[in-house]
Design a protein around this ligand. Structure first.
Ligand SMILES: *Cc1c(COP(=O)(O)O)cnc(C)c1O
Length: 382
């Protein structure tokens, strides 16, 4: 990149604004047209071509955050990931996938790829040797997720990107959990970076969207498939997403600070057996996380002591909501065994360490003392 990179908060606040030339308004106008003139124009615009003004401009913000040439915005995180995979995989090709990934991604691969004759291997672990061992002559893509859901394992981004380069295989990462604020995988050479924008990009639990960033060459390939699959986002929601992303840095920085404090506090709590958070010194990949993340993120998981009922605990919380999804300004908890990983068998869950008592905690922007008080009062009820 020749342009000197702006700070992440500046990018959040400014990059990709549409100048309101007509009325000089301070924020981007919304262009809801689904029909644009085609004569004498540079770009033939159409919503499903991912190139309406709001889509085009917000993509610039996402590309700038990830330090990539281009980005595209999709109707959901799964639309982003499925369109990305299908752009680089055809019948007879093979993908290597990290074993500990988002349940929806894993289901997509297991349910849809056999129909398309696309081969896949889920790794045995998340060391670079596990990825290397899974590569076949027809491997076209290696997909990682770090920090992972829900156990916050850390994969060495540079090691996997280097492996891809050495073998001539494209690498992709699900950067949702870290968000663009806490991790810039492109700095380590990863080709494609995807997000569920439903999470930190949106941040207020009221938007469903997705995004992918990459080189122009790679994004052109994704566009070619995406215009056929049609998973674009409505311009009104794109505009909402732009508004949300302006404060992403502030939100995520505060959430990350809160998560660190909560992890330290939970670690010392007598009712808690285990805390999984890359910011803790006893996390197995703490040093690696420190070397590749700007911050340790705002997601953590913990297990209550065996005799404590985690479902009862979640019901007893008053401020922290037991709810699906994550990354909102409000703190939420959930049981992965009953939600994101419920489609896996008990055996499969046990194999990847997702116990029935595991609680995933998406830490919000609240005052930490209130979060602690809420957990204390819930524990007292058990
Ligand atoms: C939520 C999520 C997705 C899927 O995103 P949707 O917006 O729900 O389609 C993918 N990856 C991760 C890590 C997620 O948390």
């Amino acid at each position: 990149m020749s342009k000197k990179k702006l700070g992440l908060n500046t990018i959040c606040a400014h990059v990709g604004e549409i100048k309101d030339e007509q009325f000089k308004g301070a924020v981007s106008p919304i262009y809801l047209s689904s029909s644009y003139e085609f004569l004498d124009v540079d770009i033939k615009r159409y919503p499903r071509y991912f190139n309406t003004p709001n889509q085009e401009y917000l993509s610039k913000k996402i590309a700038a955050l990830e330090g990539k040439e281009m980005a595209m915005i999709f109707g959901s995180g799964m639309a982003a990931i499925s369109h990305m995979f299908l752009a680089f995989l055809k019948a007879g090709d093979h993908i290597v996938v990290q074993n500990t990934i988002y349940g929806g991604t894993s289901n997509f691969i297991r349910e849809e790829f056999p129909k398309l004759n696309i081969e896949f291997t889920f790794t045995n672990g998340y060391n670079v040797s596990d990825f290397e061992a899974a590569i076949k002559p027809n491997t076209k893509l290696i997909h990682i997720e770090t920090p992972s859901n829900p156990l916050l394992t850390i994969t060495n981004i540079k090691a996997v990107a280097d492996l891809g380069k050495k073998e001539g295989i494209i690498t992709s990462i699900d950067n949702t959990f870290a968000s663009s604020i806490n991790q810039t995988p492109g700095d380590f050479g990863v080709d494609l970076i995807m997000h569920s924008a439903t999470k930190y990009f949106g941040g207020h639990s009221d938007i469903c969207a997705g995004a992918v960033a990459g080189s122009k060459e790679h994004m052109d390939k994704i566009w070619n498939v995406s215009k056929n699959l049609g998973g674009s986002l409505s311009d009104f929601t794109v505009w909402m997403l732009e508004r949300s992303m302006k404060t992403m840095g502030l939100r995520v920085e505060k959430q990350t600070k809160n998560a660190y404090k909560m992890a330290k506090w939970l670690e010392k709590n007598d009712a808690v057996k285990n805390v999984f958070y890359p910011g803790l010194k006893n996390h197995p990949e703490h040093k690696l996380a420190k070397s590749q993340m700007h911050g340790f993120g705002a997601m953590l998981s913990f297990e209550l002591k065996d005799d404590l009922d985690s479902v009862k605990f979640q019901k007893a919380l008053k401020l922290i909501k037991a709810s699906m999804s994550l990354a909102g300004v409000e703190s939420t908890v959930l049981s992965p065994a009953q939600t994101s990983h419920s489609l896996l068998s008990q055996e499969e869950r046990d194999a990847i360490g997702i116990t029935d008592g595991l609680i995933r905690f998406s830490v919000g922007i609240e005052s930490v003392k209130d979060l602690k008080n809420d957990i204390n009062q819930a524990l007292k009820q058990l």
